[in-house]
Structure formats: structure tokens, C-alpha cells
Design a protein around this ligand. Structure first.
Ligand SMILES: Cc1cc2nc3c(=O)[nH]c(=O)nc-3n(C[C@H](O)[C@H](O)[C@H](O)COP(=O)(O)OP(=O)(O)OC[C@H]3O[C@@H](n4cnc5c(N)ncnc54)[C@H](O)[C@@H]3O)c2cc1C
Length: 440
């Protein structure tokens, strides 16, 4: 069949959510997916071990539709509440610029400084110029503290690293509002059996055509969608490709996007953010900490390691190359990455620290169907840009995906909620998101 009521482009969580809800409401739906798998940026590698290469966390399970779906799909979850770059949500081993461990009191003072700036930041952001960066507003918040240079620098580094790790971008390139919609309600969790059980659950019983790279979408009184050698027609379409693909030029939208969508898209950008997962023959760090963090210039690229050991009972650390670090290591081979990361770990834990038995690193920047890990708000953008990007086009074309959701964008829940919104708009009335997981 080359005609359906609705064509959904992209079988990530946004597309699968929209498709599933539309099909449940009696519409015929075809999902066109470029890859040979579903899930998009929720992707689990299964090579004898289970490794999430894309999303890992639900950043707060309270009220999360993703948490509800995961539970309904029987996905075991492990509590891991450090995914939002919190300074002290759970035990963290902090190391000072000289590589020595901070005492509990020193770490608590550092965390208190961060909380103080955080508390002051909302008011600074609220009155910031429309072209202010996250750097600008944090610097203003520091100035008002009257701290000495050393104390300010430690906290400055923390905010730099938070922008990098949360959004994969340097602090001066992120809009002042770029982090103020990030909130964590309840515990965070990760999935030892793989996050991809979520999209695989959502995909059941849908008509998904894999290996279909969409090259054109024409919209007028209906929608025509083309791949290299096929044409599909539909009354409406949901377009869920990442911002990087929308901006990349290989997918032609005709007529071009209306001004409101185009302006919003212009102000969003894909980031550079890669995971580096290291497995070790033995644990050399404390058993009772969730993460290891180092302060100071040596931590410019490698500052935080997350202990994934409890997931599979194998000593494992996850670190991120974000922003400049992600771009910097792009052309490095794995050995060079291991050397760079291990130089820092050996500085903190001693020269006898063993080499990892395996390393895996992601390459989302070079993935033609992602072109980065997720979108961030460039300087000059506003939080309204997310919603504006999803403004229905000609009553027939609906853009969805993580970048189109204002509340906690760049996440799996954002993708799911944006798919739900698109389905509701096509059906023409509010629909319950719960049927996504109660109907399976
Ligand atoms: C390294 C990394 C870590 C992350 N960590 C977290 C986390 O811990 N928690 C969290 O909540 N979120 C996290 N995220 C973000 C989360 O994965 C995404 O926000 C979410 O999965 C996006 O879903 P989506 O449906 O909007 O887009 P996608 O999953 O990208 O789906 C879009 C689909 O469109 C397809 N496509 C692209 N181009 C074409 C084309 N031309 N034709 C047809 N199909 C096409 C793609 O292949 C893809 O399947 C992370 C992402 C990455 C990469």
C-alpha cells in the first residue's frame, strides 16, 4: 500500500508514539524509517553486553509517561539519580584541581555554592537580554556573590561542564534560557536490559517500512512523500526527523517551511555529545559513589565518570565527550581516547589503575540520520521556539520530535509527548496518552 490516512516519517519515539495513537484511533498509518531498525536515538547495542548508545536515563520518573510505558512493557529499571548533572543528589567522589579527594565538608561547601548560584540564576535569566548566553547570566550571578577568584572559578567550571553535559554545547553558545526548563521530578532511572525495549514495544503491530530514506515531502491539500524509488500519499504526515536532518538539505520540504517554523528551526542547532563507555577488569574507585568528578583545568574535557557497575555487575564507567571535547576527539582512534581518559583516571587513582578491557564510543555527530545527539537553543532563541517549530503546516504537515517540546526538550519524554500532540492534532481532539501502553 502506498496510500495511508497518515504517513509518519521516522520511527523514533516521537514517530512511533504518533503512529500508535493514530492507529488505535482507527486511522491507517505507514511509518517510513531510514535505518534498518526502530528507536532512532534510543539505541541499545547487544554484543553479549547490553549498552545504551543513545538515551540512558529517565530524568525523573514522577508523572513521566515514559516511566509509565516502561513499567507497562515490563522493563526493569535501576535508580541512578545523577543524570541531570546534579552536584549532590547522590554520593559523588569529588577531586580537587590537584587530584586529591575533597573531604565531605569541602564537597558539601562546593555543592552549597552551586545551589546558591542556581537559586540566584532564575532572577538573572528573567531580566537578561534576548541575546544573552548562559555564560553571560552565570557570570552575573557570580559577580553578585563577591567570592574570591579561586572559589568562583570552581563554580564557573561546574556551570561550564553542566552546559556541555546537559546540552553538548559550550556555555557561551547556549541561550540564557537554555537550561531553565530542565527539571527533575522524582528519582532518575536507567535500564539494564536496554532502553530500546521502549521503542520496540511501541512499534508492535505497526506498518513500519525500514530502510526508507525520505528525500521529499510535498504538502498542499494532502501530503506526498518520496524516497529514492517510491512515492506515498496521505491526508496528513508527521515529520519527526531530528533538527540536524531538517536543516541538512537532503530532505526537501515543498513548499518550504512557513516563516514561523523556519525561524524557530534556524535558532535550534544539533549538538556534539558522545558517550565513552569503559569496562575494567576490577573496580578501582569507591563502591558507594554514583559518580566521580574532578575540578580544575585537567578536567577541561574529562571531568565526570558515572559508575554503571550496578547495571550488569561488571566494573564500568561512563564518561561523556561534550561540545569541544566531542569535536576534538572526532578523528581520534579508540586508543588515543583511552589514553586521554586513563591519564586523568590515573592522576586521580594512581598509576596502577588497570587498562580497560573494552571501550565503546558513540559517533552521533557523524550519523546521517541524527547529525548530533539532540538540539540546543542557540543564543537569541527563546523557549517558544520549540512549540513554534511544531506549528501545524497547511493543516496537513505536523513536525514532532524532541526539539518541538518546550518542557524538558532533548529527552525521550519530550519526543513521546510531541508525538502525542501531533496525533491529537490530526484526530482533532484531545486523546489519552495512556492508551500507548494500556492497549499492548
Ligand atoms: C548520546 C545520547 C544520550 C542521550 N541521553 C538521554 C537520556 O539519558 N535521557 C533522555 O531522555 N534522552 C536522552 N537523549 C535524547 C533522546 O534520545 C532523544 O531526545 C529522543 O530519542 C529523540 O526521539 P525523536 O523521536 O524525537 O527522534 P529520533 O529518535 O532521532 O527519531 C527520528 C527518526 O527519524 C529517522 N530519520 C532521519 N532522517 C530520515 C529520513 N530522511 N527518512 C526517514 N527517516 C529518517 C531516524 O533514523 C530516526 O529513527 C540522548 C540522546 C543521545 C544521542
Amino acid at each position: 500500500m502506498k496510500h495511508a490516512d497518515v504517513i509518519v516519517i521516522g520511527a523514533g519515539v516521537a514517530g512511533l508514539t504518533a503512529a500508535r495513537l493514530l492507529q488505535e484511533h482507527g486511522l491507517t498509518v505507514i511509518v517510513l524509517e531510514a535505518r534498518e531498525r526502530v528507536g532512532g536515538r534510543v539505541h541499545t547495542m547487544r554484543d553479549g553486553r547490553v549498552t545504551d548508545l543513545g538515551a540512558s536515563w529517565i530524568h525523573g520518573v514522577d508523572g513521566s509517561p515514559v516511566a509509565a510505558a516502561a513499567e507497562a512493557f515490563g522493563m526493569p529499571a535501576v535508580e541512578f539519580t545523577v543524570g541531570g548533572f546534579q552536584p549532590d543528589s547522590r554520593p559523588i567522589a569529588y577531586y580537587g584541581p590537584d587530584g586529591t579527594r575533597l573531604s565531605d565538608a569541602e564537597a558539601a561547601r562546593f555543592a552549597a555554592d552551586i545551589h546558591e548560584v542556581d537559586a540566584a540564576l532564575a532572577a538573572v535569566v528573567a531580566v537578561s537580554a534576548s541575546d544573552a548566553s548562559y555564560r553571560d547570566v552565570t557570570e552575573q550571578a557570580f559577580l553578585r556573590r563577591g567570592w574570591d577568584a579561586e572559589r568562583t572559578q570552581r563554580v564557573r567550571e561546574y556551570f561550564e561542564h553542566r552546559a556541555e553535559e546537559q546540552y553538548g554545547v559550550q556555555i557561551e553558545d547556549l541561550a540564557a534560557h537554555g537550561l531553565d526548563d530542565d527539571s527533575i521530578e522524582g528519582d532518575e532511572v536507567v535500564f539494564p536490559n536496554g532502553y530500546d525495549e521502549l521503542p520496540r514495544g511501541l512499534a508492535e503491530d505497526l506498518d513500519i517500512r525500514l530502510g526508507r530514506i525520505v528525500t521529499g515531502v510535498e504538502w498542499s491539500d494532502g501530503v506526498r512523500v518520496r524516497t529514492a524509488d517510491e512515492h506515498f500519499t496521505a491526508d496528513a504526515a508527521v515529520l519527526t526527523v531530528p533538527v540536524g536532518v531538517l536543516k541538512g538539505g537532503d530532505l526537501e520540504i515543498s513548499p518550504p517551511l512557513p516563516a514561523v517554523n523556519a525561524a524557530a528551526l534556524a535558532r535550534l542547532e544539533m549538538n556534539a555529545f558522545e558517550k565513552v563507555i569503559l569496562r575494567f577488569p576490577a573496580r578501582f574507585w569507591d563502591a558507594d559513589v554514583y559518580a566521580i568528578r574532578q575540578q580544575g583545568p585537567e578536567g577541561r574535557w574529562w571531568h565526570s565518570w558515572y559508575d554503571l557497575t550496578p547495571l550488569h555487575d561488571e566494573p564500568t564507567l561512563l564518561t561523556f565527550a561534550a561540545g569541544a571535547a566531542a569535536r576534538g576527539i572526532r578523528d581520534w582512534d579508540d586508543d588515543r581516547v583511552v589514553d586521554a581518559v586513563m591519564a586523568q583516571l590515573r592522576r586521580l587513582f594512581g598509576p596502577e589503575v588497570p587498562a580497560p578491557v573494552s571501550i565503546h564510543r558513540t559517533a552521533w555527530q557523524d550519523d546521517p540520520f541524527a547529525r548530533g545527539s539532540y538540539a540546543y537553543m542557540t543564543v537569541g532563541s527563546t523557549t517558544a521556539d520549540h512549540d513554534d517549530l511544531a506549528t501545524p503546516i497547511g493543516g496537513v504537515l505536523h513536525i514532532a520530535g524532541e526539539a518541538t517540546w518546550t518542557d524538558d526538550p532533548a529527552t525521550v519524554p519530550a519526543a513521546m509527548l510531541s508525538g502525542h500532540r501531533a496525533a491529537g492534532r490530526i484526530i482533532g481532539r484531545a486523546i489519552a496518552i495512556e492508551s500507548l501502553w494500556t492497549q499492548v
